[in-house]
Design a protein around this ligand. Structure first.
Ligand SMILES: [Ca+2]
Length: 199
């Protein structure tokens, strides 16, 4: 470990400790709320880069960060007010999106009432573009970055609406095919019947 890396690691751990975030940076209150509200098993992957959370030495965890990532982590942890660019290496796109939109101060405050986080998020934001807002996915315990994960009925409605032109085209083509087949069969019937009439 070179001196620069050691220094950055020390500063980061010091900042985390100062904010009381060393082992609780994952804010389990949110996870506990989602599990209780959605009745689904939800792990840290909803908001974090690593499904096991930020503590550890693996990719996306604090102990495994490079000096450059530690620098980004420090910047993200300083984003107390909303509107700051947030690119924390221990968070995924949704986690960074939350901090950018409401700021860390509000996010930490909402730990005591995690159900209100959904109200703070942009109701139009849909990061995975599956037709279900990030806020709704948070409440329902589906992954806001996985377009195949979500309420089945909501996903069906979205896919149906998006594919409606193709569905209509297929219906028209099918009806046209059936109409043509009926007339073809009638034509055969006439041809088959005609010789019998001649006899
Ligand atoms: Ca979505």
């Amino acid at each position: 470990m070179n001196f620069r890396f050691f220094l950055q690691l020390t500063v980061t751990i010091g900042l985390a400790g100062a904010f009381g975030l060393s082992s609780a940076f994952g804010y389990p209150e949110y996870q506990m709320f989602i599990v209780k509200h959605s009745k689904k098993s939800v792990n840290c992957a909803m908001c974090h880069a690593n499904p096991d959370g930020p503590d550890g030495n693996a990719a996306g965890q604090i102990g495994g960060l490079t000096p450059e990532e530690l620098n980004r982590l420090s910047q993200a942890r300083a984003a107390f007010e909303p509107g700051k660019e947030v690119d924390s290496p221990i968070l995924n796109e949704f986690g960074n999106h939350i901090i950018k939109n409401i700021g860390r101060t509000k996010f930490i405050e909402l730990r005591n009432s995690p159900q209100h986080l959904a109200e703070m998020l942009d109701p139009k934001s849909d990061l995975d573009n599956d037709g279900i807002s990030d806020a709704q996915e948070f409440l329902e315990g589906s992954h806001p970055l996985m377009k195949t994960d979500g309420n089945p009925w909501s996903l069906f409605k979205t896919n149906f609406q998006r594919n409606l032109p193709q569905i209509l085209l297929i219906c028209v083509a099918t009806l046209a095919g059936i109409y043509g087949l009926i007339h073809l069969l009638r034509g055969f019937a006439i041809v088959v019947e005609e010789p019998q009439e001649d006899e």
